[in-house]
Design a protein around this ligand. Structure first.
Ligand SMILES: *Cc1c(COP(=O)(O)O)cnc(C)c1O
Length: 378
């Protein structure tokens, strides 16, 4: 990766790396080609619709978490499949979703029964149910849809097998940044608990959380899992990765505004964990900065913080080869996913502009924000 030309950009800004995005899409396309499955972009992770035409060349479509994401797909990737799943639909939203989506997944039998009548008027839309196999290997509760008393998905005990008239598919989502080995073990449980219903279905959606484009991911095992499901039950298979589509396909470029000391060296940047990369605090995790190391590995260690009033708005501790100075640029990697879709203007922080680093090396400004964007939300 050549980051030289990113250093001249006004900060803060996100940069989507088109070439890296294409590399990911090629892997996902390969999975489709090898298995006949359909890969859907989970827009929750990445909704930079300027690159939807590019994404549409490689994979089958998108999935949405509700009306707005569905509408975005309807407008920006209209010639591909549009799926939607929400823990509960509002009546007014549902009627609109029926005109935009080809697959609608319900979270409960009560939602299905509530909407069944109007659903029947749309023979071109397929309806499914999200199941909860009560099996997940996610250690962090906030990301575990199978934790105790979860609201996400129908457990075997609550599954009403006699209410499936009009239902053509099942959906589960129980993974997060995991390998095909986890999928294989999960599928075993899904088959044990829901296999008898699967024989009556036309499709199974394996949800997201598949780290398919991460180096070392076992793509061959994913392919064999999908082939197994297709063959055993005669169903179409969908997977809806978010992360994997744009993994390592973007940067956040920031500048150092000041340095100071309080027992250790501290640098204030023009970016904020809370506003521009909320997952750093929520997940939490430590983003990588180009040229940096863990604290004390290189000669100069700094705690990087935001220009906000939140004491905990700290990105992390990093060491560098040279002392940081006002105006120095910091390039955070893997900032395409769960960044732009989650950012906010807390503390009056400006939103980073968005650039596309095109395959030919040139930079294209996609979005720029200002005071009006802050004011209009309040
Ligand atoms: C979050 C989510 C996804 C995408 O998950 P990733 O971890 O980004 O791959 C897919 N489906 C559902 C239902 C989700 O909630």
């Amino acid at each position: 990766m050549n980051i030289e030309n990113l250093l001249s950009l006004p900060t803060p800004c996100y940069v989507i790396d088109e070439e890296a995005l294409i590399r990911n899409l090629e892997v996902l396309q390969y999975v489709e080609q090898q298995t006949g499955c359909h890969v859907l972009l989970a827009q929750k992770a990445f909704s930079a619709y300027h690159v939807y035409p590019l994404i549409a060349k490689y994979i089958s479509g998108t999935t949405a978490s509700g009306l707005f994401e569905a509408q975005l797909a309807y407008e920006e990737m209209p010639d591909r499949q549009i799926h939607v799943y929400s823990p509960a639909y509002k009546d007014a939203d549902f009627e609109k979703l029926l005109t935009m989506c080809d697959h609608i997944v319900f979270n409960s039998f009560s939602q299905w029964k509530h909407f069944r009548k109007i659903a029947q008027q749309y023979p071109d839309v397929q309806f499914g149910l999200r199941i909860n196999p009560e099996y997940s290997e996610i250690g962090t509760d906030i990301y575990n849809p199978c934790f105790t008393n979860s609201r996400l998905g129908i457990t075997p005990a609550n599954f009403e097998g006699n209410e499936l008239d009009g239902i053509s598919g099942l959906h589960f989502h129980t993974m997060c940044e995991q390998g095909a080995e986890t999928l294989e073990r999960t599928l075993k449980v899904v088959e044990e608990k829901f296999g008898s219903y699967l024989h009556r279905m036309k499709w199974l959606n394996l949800g997201g959380g598949h780290h398919i484009t991460k180096p070392g991911y076992n793509v061959d095992l994913l392919i064999s899992c999908i082939r197994h499901i297709r063959k055993t039950y005669g169903v179409e298979v969908y997977i809806e990765p978010g992360e994997a589509v744009a993994l390592n396909a973007g940067y956040l470029v920031a500048s150092v505004l000041d340095t100071l000391r309080n027992n250790m060296d501290i640098a204030i940047t023009d970016t904020s964990a809370a506003c521009h990369m909320p997952d750093v605090l929520e997940m939490p995790y430590r983003p990588y900065i180009v040229g940096s190391e863990m604290p004390s590995v290189l000669p100069y260690t700094y705690r990087l913080g935001a220009p906000t009033c939140l004491a905990g708005d700290i990105i992390g501790d990093y060491s560098f080869e040279k002392p940081l100075q006002k105006g120095d640029k910091l390039v955070f990697t893997d900032m395409a996913i769960y960044s732009m879709v989650k950012n906010n203007t807390f503390n009056g922080m400006p939103l980073p502009s968005v650039y596309l680093l095109q395959s030919d090396g040139s930079l294209k400004l996609l979005k720029q924000f200002g005071y009006a964007d802050f004011k209009s939300r309040l």
